[in-house]
Design a protein around this ligand. Structure first.
Ligand code: PLP
Ligand code: COI
Length: 341
């Protein structure tokens, strides 16, 4: 199919309406079959569970045009599984994992003229989400839900593409030790909004959240996990029960070990030791791998030797290998690539 005429290389990370989306409703204990629709609006009760008590969860994944012209997605089964975990934690019905993947495929196929061309630097972002739709006034889960998937073409999440970021150690907390940090619930992002606006106002690109119990350990940012590289080229990534289990991070751990022969440590990472790392990056679907050049801890600057002009050497290898797999240049591990068409 012909692509629409867009300035693909200059897209930012924003919403652009594409022609088709998927909608399915849950009522009386079961999901209906669902259908594609061109209607991009949602009509719900003024008292819907999502509006009163924030009962909403979401996912994020991307579709890519490969070098040989196929359209593919990356590990959608893991997004389906994570959405199941999110649903259970918020007392929402699980959307069946096989139907999640099937309808991701259907929506991308139905919007295929909006999947950015190979080499443009842009991708089609896919946003599955679910919310409580019937009236709820006492604090309890809704009985009815809507599951939807829309798509939007996007460029880099951070302005300036792969220019190293400056982030600050944040005094606000994102997640509690036994809270909801490990699931993809809208409420986690609502509570990060003040912190990100404040960070931007002070000239920082992002926040580094610490564990809220001891405020000594690195957790993640508002929308990505951390990857560090030691001076002897070992990968270190924070392990915590209150961070989102990033699919990109889990994939990079495999890439580092199996493709690049690097040692990987998934462990608690103390803020105190961050100054000893050589490279730092943020990883996620939207962030891909965005290099961090500097972390500011209450006026004290931690500058990585990779500098403020380019990605660190190892970070770049990870980036090239992961994106190479996603774009069909490097052979993927079994089951990572779902071909759409
Ligand atoms: N952490 C947070 C808070 C996120 O919102 C995201 C984005 O999905 C990630 C990490 C990265 O996860 P993934 O690699 O699965 O996109
Ligand atoms: C993603 O990477 O898919 C996310 O949901 C992160 C968000 C900050 C856009």
């Amino acid at each position: 199919m012909e692509k629409v005429n867009l300035d693909w290389s200059n897209l930012g990370f924003g919403y652009m309406k594409t022609p088709n989306r998927f909608v399915s409703n849950y009522k009386d204990g079961c999901w209906d079959k669902g259908a594609l629709t061109t209607d991009d609006t949602v009509t719900i009760s003024e008292c819907a569970g999502v509006l009163q008590y924030a009962q909403t969860i979401f996912e994020g994944l991307k579709a890519y045009t490969t070098k040989d012209g196929k359209i593919v997605t990356f590990r959608p089964d893991l997004n389906a599984a994570r959405m199941k975990d999110s649903a259970k934690r918020l007392e929402m019905p699980v959307y069946p994992e096989d139907r999640f993947v099937e309808n991701v495929v259907n929506v991308v196929e139905a919007n295929s003229e909006y999947v950015p061309p190979y080499g443009s630097g842009a991708t089609l972002y896919i946003r599955p989400y679910m919310f409580g739709s019937n009236p709820v006034i006492g604090v309890k889960p809704a009985d009815e839900y809507q599951f939807r998937i829309f798509t939007t073409p996007v460029g880099p999440y951070f302005k300036g593409g792969v220019h190293p970021l400056t982030i600050r150690v944040c005094d606000f907390d994102r997640a509690a030790p036994n809270g909801t940090g490990h699931i993809k619930a809208g409420l986690n992002y609502a509570m990060s909004l003040h912190a990100i606006v404040d960070a931007h106002n002070q000239g920082y690109d992002e926040n580094m959240y610490l564990d809220s119990e001891t405020r000594t350990k690195v957790e993640e940012t508002g929308g990505a996990n951390f990857i560090f590289v030691t001076k002897d080229n070992k990968i270190v990534t924070p392990k915590s029960k209150s961070i989102l289990p990033s699919i990109t991070r889990r994939s990079l751990v495999h890439v580092a070990k199996e493709y690049l022969g690097l040692e990987v440590e998934e462990r608690e990472v103390y803020l105190d030791e961050v100054k000893d790392f050589a490279e730092c990056g943020l990883c996620g679907t939207a962030a891909v791998i965005s290099p961090v050049g500097k972390i500011v801890d209450h006026g004290k600057e931690i500058c990585f030797s990779s500098g403020m002009n380019e990605m660190g050497k190892i970070t770049k290898k990870l980036y090239d290998t992961l994106t190479g797999i996603q774009m069909g240049i490097i052979e993927a591990p079994q089951g990572w690539i779902k071909v759409i068409k």
